[in-house]
Ligand binder design. Structure first.
Ligand SMILES: [Zn+2]
Length: 130
């Protein structure tokens, strides 16, 4: 018999995950807006200053954009993982290690909401990869 988290516990996990997902989508909206803002022509500046500003900013601007895009793709991956975690809650196998069928401790799940392996199996995985 595989151990599972109780419905009450699962409900608590679901609330935490949903809240985290809302935070992520809010973050992503903010970043999208800041990328859009940077795309706008700098209003109220003379041609000369636009040119010199552009020259000075060109490097850091694209770096900032790159950073934003990297952050976005990482966040959207995390978002997807969290929605998979929600599916596992629906199937009531959330928090069950997919390798040894052991129960992943609650503290670890709250830390890593999309964890699918217990610490032991994860460590073994890493050792095997080496
Ligand atoms: Zn395990």
């Amino acid at each position: 018999m595989i151990k599972k988290y109780s419905k009450t516990k699962l409900k608590k996990f679901r609330e935490t995950i949903v809240k985290r997902m809302e935070e992520i989508s809010q973050d992503m909206d903010d970043i999208k807006e800041s990328i859009m803002d940077k795309g706008n022509p700098k209003a109220g500046l003379s041609q000369d200053s636009v040119f010199s500003l552009h020259m000075a900013d060109a490097g850091s601007d694209s770096f900032e954009k790159e950073k934003s895009f990297m952050f976005m793709s990482r966040e959207s991956d995390y978002y997807k993982n969290l929605s998979h975690a929600l599916e596992r809650i629906d199937q009531e196998d959330f928090g069950v290690c997919k390798i040894c069928d052991g129960l992943i401790p609650e503290e670890r799940l709250l830390e890593v909401l999309n964890a699918t392996k217990c610490v032991d199996c994860k460590t073994n995985d890493k050792l095997n990869l080496k």
